[in-house]
Design a protein around this ligand. Structure first.
Ligand SMILES: Nc1ncnc2c1ncn2[C@@H]1O[C@H](COP(=O)(O)OP(=O)(O)O)[C@@H](O)[C@H]1O
Ligand SMILES: CC(=O)N[C@@H](CCC(=O)OP(=O)(O)O)C(=O)O
Length: 256
């Protein structure tokens, strides 16, 4: 059987037909964590709110949380429908369902948090029943829901499942020059990431993604990868032809 994968689908890939075809056609078990940054931004703007980001995280005042959840849940339902229509029966949930994501608030960002506990039983039961679970990145603390960066949530879930994490986004992987897709770094180690960050090469939305890839490794995922969400990507990530793969050991860092 094909390898079980935790796949994070970025909001920047919403509705991409090729991606839905790719995910629905993957022969192995999948658990999906989805984002929705662009959808959240658009809804907040329609409601008259302007978002501010700190190191890639959306500052989320209490009064904006409801809109964040609404945008995320609609994104999840659309993805679940798209996959289900293609024959892969999918169910869209969030960390509020069966209390499966426990969170902790991060200081100074409003109702934003990180994941400190994953109860994977619901996900495994759905898989055993033939359903593909899709999780929106909302976790719970004692005070209620927290907006969690979707990459962070995906890394935590991959670690808990001890499955590889594949972060699908709109770029080929981590790029030495973010403007040039030919500069993809095929492999990175935690030490290599530190060097890139020190040089300012990894910025914006790539920061939580890289941090989540490393956290997934630290939490028990055998490997993690960042790759472009297009047709054929999962097979090419598994064979090492696409994306940036993060491994705990030593690895050379050279542009592709
Ligand atoms: N070194 C880098 N390599 C690739 N992308 C980078 C890098 N530094 C910053 N980025 C930016 O990170 C973006 C991906 O993050 P993000 O927009 O949050 O994606 P998603 O919505 O899929 O989670 C890229 O589109 C790119 O603009
Ligand atoms: C705290 C925080 O930043 N949460 C994210 C959750 C969605 C997300 O991460 O979506 P993408 O994967 O599309 O970027 C946000 O509000 O945008």
């Amino acid at each position: 059987m094909s390898e079980a994968l935790l796949v994070k689908v970025g909001g920047s890939l919403r509705g991409a037909e090729a991606l839905l075809d790719e995910l629905s056609g993957y022969p192995g078990p999948l658990v999906l964590v989805h984002g929705g940054g662009p959808e959240i931004g658009a809804l907040l703007e329609r409601l008259g709110f302007q978002s501010r980001f700190v190191e890639g995280l959306r500052v989320t005042p209490e009064e904006q949380l409801e809109a964040v959840e609404m945008a995320l849940y609609l994104t999840g339902k659309r993805l679940a429908e798209g996959l289900s229509r293609r024959g892969r029966k999918a169910v869209a949930l969030s960390g509020r369902d069966a209390l499966c994501l426990r969170g902790q608030a991060l200081p100074g960002l409003g109702r934003v948090g990180e994941v400190v506990g994953v109860e994977a039983g619901l996900l495994l039961d759905l898989l055993a029943g033939g359903y593909t679970p899709l999780l929106a990145p909302i976790a719970l603390d004692e005070a209620g829901p927290l907006n969690v960066n979707a990459d962070t949530a995906a890394g935590a879930v991959a670690g808990a499942l001890r499955w590889p994490a594949v972060f699908l986004t709109d770029v080929e992987g981590v790029l030495e020059d973010p403007q040039d897709p030919r500069t993809r770094l095929p492999r990175l180690t935690p030490e290599g990431v530190e060097a890139l960050k020190a040089r300012g090469v990894v910025r914006g939305g790539m920061l939580p993604k890289v941090a989540a890839a490393l956290r997934a490794l630290a939490a028990g995922a055998p490997w993690a990868a960042i790759a472009k969400g297009e047709r054929g990507v999962l097979g090419r990530v598994l064979s090492g032809e696409a994306g940036t793969r993060f491994t705990p050991g030593e690895a050379p860092e050279k542009p592709a």
